[in-house]
Design a protein around this ligand. Structure first.
Ligand SMILES: Cc1cc2nc3c(=O)[nH]c(=O)nc-3n(C[C@H](O)[C@H](O)[C@H](O)COP(=O)(O)O)c2cc1C
Length: 160
């Protein structure tokens, strides 16, 4: 078991979106994006099933999952592997697991169930430039390149 430490939490916060990979009983993989997710404690990640019928069905058939996320500007993130189970809205433990997710969605979406992942391994994901061009690659240079790639411009903050 590996702990979800502060570095993983910070990367999760700045990544916004994660990608959840599941597999069905016949071995067919499925990957889909999730924006309503959180690190619940140092061993668990929770994902809101709002519109994810295949992910939920696959987890019932085969509990092994992989969840990845990267900050697309810094171009670093993590890949988590673990076992998932579905906690439905009428389960006694639903409120506890859903708490950080309900805080994110408010009244906007109904959370049908929470996909609770017990994390077994954590691996860093980094853009190849950090490894193959370490002398001229910094987080600042990757952010600048990411902003160009996504056509994003920095906004100057007004002085109070
Ligand atoms: C940016 C983005 C964020 C999304 N976030 C969520 C989410 O947090 N929870 C969810 O259930 N669906 C979310 N979806 C929708 C699912 O990814 C989509 O319904 C997908 O087809 C579900 O597939 P699945 O049943 O294979 O998981 C999101 C989609 C996008 C494009």
């Amino acid at each position: 078991m590996q702990t979800l430490n502060d570095a993983v939490r910070e990367a999760a916060r700045s990544s916004v979106l994660c990608w959840l990979a599941t597999v069905d009983a016949g071995g067919q993989p499925n990957v889909s994006p999730k924006e309503v997710w959180a690190i619940a404690d140092d061993q668990h990640v929770v994902v809101a099933h709002i519109a994810s019928p295949i992910s939920a069905r696959n987890i019932a058939q085969h509990s092994q999952v992989c969840l990845s996320f990267v900050d697309v500007f810094v171009q670093k993130g993590f890949k988590l592997i673990g076992n998932a189970r579905e906690v439905r809205a009428n389960d006694a433990e639903f409120t506890d697991w859903a708490e950080p997710l309900l805080a994110m969605v408010g009244q906007r979406f109904t959370i049908q169930s929470v996909l609770v992942i017990q994390v077994q391994s954590v691996a860093a994901i980094v853009a190849p430039s950090y490894r193959f061009y370490p002398h001229d690659t910094t987080e600042a240079s990757q952010v600048a390149s990411g902003m160009r790639a996504y056509n994003v411009q920095a906004v100057k903050k007004e002085k109070p």
